[in-house]
Design a protein around this ligand. Structure first.
Ligand SMILES: Nc1nc2c(ncn2[C@@H]2O[C@H](COP(=O)(O)OP(=O)(O)OP(=O)(O)O)[C@@H](O)[C@H]2O)c(=O)[nH]1
Ligand SMILES: [Mg+2]
Length: 327
């Protein structure tokens, strides 16, 4: 399960957004987390067609970190897989672009401090062991130089070894991120924010989160919210994290799973269970669309939609897979 850390200046509306996303109230002042199902209609559709007893969504964890670049807050963010940067675009004196610049600067500074400290240590070890930590020193020097130019590490062209070294430090600017503008009622995303910025009305959605589904739907409709923040924040985070969804279905359950884009069939099998990866023989695969168009797995197979794939197969978004394995 991936975790997404909410970061932003105080009063940007992180806790309000957290409430909207997770339907749980945020505990004041502390980092707070909640696991929510990833919105995806496909497992339920598969369950209907295959008569599964259970529907299981993929899950994602949100972590609400109280404002500012406190040591505690940054430590909580380091454990996140992706960041969701929340800027205030509601109320008097809203300056979302400046807020985004300020948060970016805070994250860059935090990384700079961590990389500097590690570089010092690596240099000491490198001289002591006559060049043993040379690769490490090189990676850290590159990172330090780029951070000094105010370049987030996520935008830096890093080699395999650089990535390995840096991953150990969990730099904040290496994490994929999604920018969310918390909008005032009826207003749109200010055009000066980055083009991928998501606009949400956190307060209205947080209010809706406390209502019954019917009342919530009514309220959101009144305010013209067609696609809830959760759907869009999760979708954008999946894109930023380069994740895809594959599905499994059977009499017991229909389920959505997340895997890194580019993963092979055995790697996807490993998401289900390490034993299934170890004993992988082959994957039987059809696309979700083909399965649904035919009205079920067997019917789709009869139409020739089933493919038998080996160890090298790269799993695609929306694949429904059945793994043959032996232990
Ligand atoms: N008008 C309006 N007020 C909002 C909106 N979102 C949040 N607020 C209000 O702004 C204040 C701060 O919101 P929080 O969600 O607590 O902000 P935060 O980012 O969690 O702040 P810290 O935890 O202190 O860092 C609260 O009084 C919210 O009710 C919004 O979309 N519109
Ligand atoms: Mg808060």
């Amino acid at each position: 399960m991936k975790s997404i850390g909410l970061v932003g200046l105080p009063y940007s509306g992180k806790s309000t957004l957290f409430t909207a996303l997770t339907r749980t109230g945020a505990a004041g002042g502390r980092a707070n987390q909640a696991v929510v199902p990833v919105p995806d209609p496909r497992p339920a559709v598969l369950a209907g067609l295959e008569g599964s007893k259970k529907i299981v969504q993929a899950q994602v964890r949100f972590v609400d970190v109280p404002g500012g670049a406190t040591a505690q807050g940054l430590a909580a963010l380091r454990e996140a897989d992706a960041l969701c940067v929340v800027v205030r675009a509601f109320g008097p004196g809203a300056a979302p672009t400046e807020e985004l610049a300020e948060i970016t600067a805070d994250l860059l500074l935090a990384d700079l401090a961590v990389v500097e400290r590690s570089l010092e240590n690596a240099r000491k070890r490198s001289t002591a062991r006559s060049g043993g930590a040379a690769g490490e020193v090189q990676a850290l020097e590159l990172a330090l130089a780029r951070l000094g130019e105010e370049r987030p590490l996520r935008e830096v062209d890093l080699g395999e070894e650089d990535r390995r070294v840096l991953r150990g430090l969990a730099p904040l600017t290496l994490k994929p991120w999604v920018v969310v503008a918390n909008l005032g009622e009826g207003s749109a995303v200010p055009p000066e924010l980055p083009p991928q910025t998501l606009g949400v009305w956190a307060e209205i959605e947080a209010e809706a989160a406390a209502l019954s589904p019917e009342d919530a739907g009514q309220l959101l409709k009144e305010f013209g919210v067609s696609s809830p923040g959760l759907d869009r924040v999760v979708a954008a985070s999946y894109r930023a994290l380069d994740l895809i969804t594959f599905l499994t279905t059977g009499p017991d359950e229909s389920r959505a799973w997340e895997v890194r884009r580019g993963a092979t069939a055995p790697e996807a099998a490993g998401v289900i269970h390490t034993d299934i990866q170890r004993g992988f023989i082959r994957a039987e695969v059809m696309s979700y669309d083909d399965l649904v168009a035919a009205g079920g797995w067997d019917a789709a197979q009869a139409r020739g939609a089933l493919r038998v794939e080996g160890k090298g197969y790269v799993v695609r978004e929306g694949d429904v897979v059945y793994i043959r394995f032996a232990v």
